[in-house]
Structures are given as structure tokens and as C-alpha cells.
Design a binder for this molecule. Sequence first.
Ligand code: UD1
Ligand code: MG
Length: 504
Amino acid sequence: MSLQEPPVPTTAGASLVGAVVVLAAGQGTRMRSRTPKVLHELGGRTMLGHVLAAAAPLGAAQTAVVVGSGREEVAAHLARIAPSARPVVQEQQLGSGHAAAVALDALEEVDGPVLIVNGDAPLLTTGTLLALVDAHRSSGDVLTVLTAEVPDPTGLGRIVRNGAGAVQAIVEERDADDAQRSITEVNAGVYVGGATAVRKALSRVGAANEQGEQYLTDVLGLLVADGAPVGGHPADDAADTLGCNDQRELAARRRTMNDRVLDGLMRDGVVVTDPLSTWVDVTVEVAAEAVLHPGTQLRGATTVAAGAVVGPDSTLLDTEVGEGASVVRAHCQLAVVGPEVSVGPFAYLRPGTRLAAGAKVGTFVETKNASIGAGSKVPHLTYVGDATIGEQTNIGAASVFVNYDGVAKHHTTIGNHARTGADNMFVAPVSVGDGAYTAAGSVITDDVPPGAMAVARAHQRNVAGWVEKRRPGTAAAAAAAAAEARAGDHPADDAPGESSEGTR
Ligand code: UD1
Ligand code: MG
């Protein structure tokens, strides 16, 4: 399932910070993946995409993303989702402090505070960042760090405060003593401060710690030692600050993000019958009074209009569902499902499918690059590829739009109010006119004029008595003999009919 992450929305307006720096160069060894850590996906965006989207409304004039591990991939992704953000290469991953220093050196003059944020905190919200910036501005501190009270601080930097509650330092777990380890207020990895002061302090950060890395977190202790005021702002919702360092944490963050999306939808009046089995990306829009049944996944740029019912067991990628439509046990990608349309159960709508109002795509039907007009029906066991079907037309069961000659794809056009028979092959390029009929079992290779009946199949021939002659002694022969005997008893009731020129 390939999904193109949409661009991070750009916001014009107040610039609350001068620059945003996202630290995204780390290897992410604990993910045990070839994918660079910040490119792991949850809820329809990469981790990096979520962080950038949360920070975008702060209106920074400059955004720098520190890249290192997998830099080509990360930079290419950045160019797609946030082309105005600048990738800054950290050649060697010498630590978060070194990463921040590399970024600050690359920035042009910064007008206002700089927000530095770890690239692996996908649950950060704009609200939390705004509150942090607000706290920073009103405190007059040189640097303010976002903190969180967590029940289990394992692995995180601890916020060390003095008796008066003032932040003194951040101590990484590996370097902490027992007393420090018992602290449950942790560093969220989000900092806002004066660019010049932070840059100066970073130049003094050493690597005399258990990991031998230059820690961004050491900046706080250095500033405090200088007598510069620093602060810690606790996040309202600690979940916002949770990082993501391995696959278990990624799955947990994905679940939290999904819970938040569904909460928002339900508050807005969307019916979610089973939140535990329903997955909706942050980029999806669902209108009030739409119904999402168990096993539904809505991904990418999918939109679902009011009164539509999706599920159970349906996956929609970049798909538009109109008002009052029903999509049951279907897989749909880049499809447009019009109002009052019925899809499924068991349908596969591939890219370029457009179903006009009131159309029906039924059971075991696959469509691709196909426009199906208002009120038209493709009810059973059919492939519609590269086709235009008019309005109020019915396509017989078990038909194939034969679009591929082994080299190129060709188009089939079927008019309005047509009735095509069951088990038809439409060998493209071919057309069936308005109001035309086709006979069951036909292989349509020539255009059918409006109003004509096309019959394109061999005539039936019945070889009388064949079974009794060629399969004597079988149950079939006995059944045939008995039927003949009964017909002999009541010849008037059951006279064998004329072989008909059937066109059904
Ligand atoms: C970091 C913090 C810790 C905090 C936690 C919150 C440090 C030293 N520690 O720990 O106090 O509680 O985040 O999640 O910062 N990075 C680079 N270049 C490097 C090294 C790291 O860009 O050379 C980036 C990473 O991609 C990541 C961020 O910096 O986005 C933090 O690095 P990570 O290794 O995740 O630090 P944590 O151990 O999570
Ligand atoms: Mg981390």
C-alpha cells in the first residue's frame, strides 16, 4: 500500500519564533530498520512530517532539519512535504548538542527565539508548542525546556530542580545517580531559547558522559552555571511529549494518534462503531453523521461525506466518498465514490475509478480507470478496466472489459441505458451505443450501434440421445431414460421445445 504524504500546510500569520530546528540525523539504531528513524510512518505522516506540521503554525521564517543517517532519503522526503525547510547535514552523529550547533550555524540571522525539537516526537501538538513558547516569552528566561511528568521515566533525561523549583540541569538516565533516577519529570526534547545564548553554550558542551556524545541537554546546566535564567514548562498532556525509539514505541504512538483522531471525529458527530479496529489518518476528513464500521481504515487524502457508511472491513486510500454512499468490504485507492453509490461487498476500486451518483459496483467487481455513470450498475463478478459507462446502464454478471492486448491498454465505451448480457467480453477498443443490448456469452469485438442487439456467440446444437448411446449404464443415462418415459406418459405436459434463438 503506497501512500504519498501530503505537504505540511504552510501558515501565513504571526511569527511566534524566529526559527525552527528539527533534530533528525540520529541513526535510530533501536528501530532495527533500514528506514531512517524519522521516516517511519504513523497516522498518514512520517514522524518528521508530524513534527513539522505541529511547528508550522508558529510561523518561523526559517526551518532547518538536521539530517545525517539516511540523509538523501530524508532530504528527498523533506523536499516533497516541506520544500521551504532546509536540510542541514551533520556529517557525523556526535550527539544532539552537536546536531543543534550544526543547525544554528547554518541559519541566517534569527529574528526571535529558536525552537529546537527532536524529530522523534510525533505526538507533539501545535497547542503544546504554543504554550511552551508563551511560557518562554512571559518568563524572560534564556532557555525554556518542555517537560513531562511520566509514570515510567526509563531511558529519558531527568529534570533536576533545586529546592525552590528552579531547573538546574538535565541528567541523562545513563549518567544519573539513584536519587536523580527517581525523578519522574523528564525532558521532552523540545527547547525554546535565544539563538545566540544557545549557540554560545553549545560551543562549550563536551562529551564527558557515558555515551561520549555532545548532549544538547548539557546546555541547561552550563547556562545555570553562568547565572542565566532557564525554565522548565510542563506539558499539559504528557502523551504529547512521548518519543519514539523502537518499534514497540512506534506502535504505541500510532495507537495514541489514532485514538486522538477518532476522539476528534466522534466529538464532531461521526459514528465510530468500533474505535479499536478503526484506523484513520490525521489527513483524512470525515463529516458528521458518517458511519465507520469495524475494520475500517481511512488513509491519506480520503474524505467521507455526511451519511456515508464505510465498513465493515474496508480500506480507503486517497478516496472520496459522497453523501449517503455505502462501501462494504472494499479496498479502494484514488477512487471517487459519488453520492448514494453502493460499493461491495468484496469490491476492489483501483486508481481512476469514478462512480457517479447512485451507481452500484457489487460483489467481486474490480474497476480501474473507469467512469461509471449515474444509476449504472455493475453488480457481480466483473472487471471494468479503462472504460466509460454511461447513465442507467446495466452490465451483466461475469463480464470482462478486455483492455490489454499484451502491449497497450485500450478503452471501452458503453452508452446510456444499455443492457449488456452476462459473461460478455468487451475487447477494447470497442463501443456499445445508447440503449443497445448484448447477448449473454458474447465476445464483443465490433462496435454495437445504439439500440441494436449484438449476439456474438456460437449457436447451440442439441445431439438427441447422446448420453444413452455414449454413456450407457450411467446414472445420467438412467435419469434421461426415466425423463423420456415420463414425457411419453404425458406427452402434452412436457413436449420438448423448439431450440430457441435465445438472446438472454
Ligand atoms: C533525548 C534527550 C533526552 C530526552 C529524550 C526525549 C539528549 C542527549 N537526550 O534522548 O534528555 O528525554 O530525547 O525523547 O538529547 N540526533 C541528531 N544527531 C545526533 C544525535 C541525535 O540529529 O548526533 C537527533 C535524533 O535524530 C533525535 C534527537 O536528536 O531526533 C534525540 O536523539 P535520541 O538518540 O533519540 O535521544 P534520546 O536518547 O531519545
Ligand atoms: Mg529519542
